[in-house]
Design a protein around this ligand. Structure first.
Ligand SMILES: [Zn+2]
Length: 190
């Protein structure tokens, strides 16, 4: 849960209601509806790189922020397609760190189902729920193709939440992210 302070710092009141401080979109249900919003991309990258997800600690908050705000990356899949020229646009990232980033990104391709489900940042899915989903469905594809009722039974979420988890897979940006990750060596089927 984001803290109240965090919410206040992120949003300000505009003439049509609260707006996202990053991209100026009018918020819907306190959430920025803009899929390209740098604040959203940054949060996703931070989740993706966290130890329980793809485990890329060499990409810290500062790097995630820059990758998002420079629009170098719209989703984690694009991390794996960045060239040396892209990485050089980031401020104060020494070559030793860039090497670490590359090594950790290579290792991340063998991430298991739980790490991937958590890293994809599906709605309502924290690490506890990600573990249960991975144990039950064995893979990202297993989860993607299941019935909402199964998710409801396994993790005890509402029918609406279960459907939201599954509809994540139908979003165009998320589909691109999954495809690009697969093209870069990730395995979603086991
Ligand atoms: Zn925004």
């Amino acid at each position: 849960m984001p803290s109240l302070l965090h919410n206040i710092s992120l949003f300000f009141k505009g003439p049509n209601g609260p707006k996202c401080i990053e991209c100026d979109s009018v918020l819907i249900d306190n959430d920025c509806p803009n899929l390209d919003c740098p604040a959203k991309v940054e949060k996703w990258l931070i989740r993706w790189c966290s130890p329980q997800a793809a485990n890329i600690p060499a990409i810290g908050i500062a790097e995630a922020k820059q990758l998002a705000s420079l629009r170098l990356v719209l989703h984690p899949g694009e991390l794996y397609e960045l060239g040396p020229g892209d990485w050089n646009r980031l401020n104060s990232v020494p070559n030793t760190q860039l090497k670490e980033i590359q090594q950790q990104m290579d290792s991340s391709k063998s991430a298991g189902a739980c790490a991937l489900i958590y890293g994809l940042k599906l709605p309502e899915v924290n690490i506890t729920i990600a573990k249960k989903l991975a144990e039950t469905f064995n893979s990202v594809d297993g989860l993607r193709t299941c019935e909402p009722k199964m998710i409801q039974e396994v993790v005890g979420v509402s029918n609406i939440q279960a459907k939201e988890i599954l509809s994540w897979f139908h979003d165009s940006v998320n589909k691109k992210a999954l495809k690009m990750l697969e093209q870069n060596g990730f395995n979603f089927s086991d």
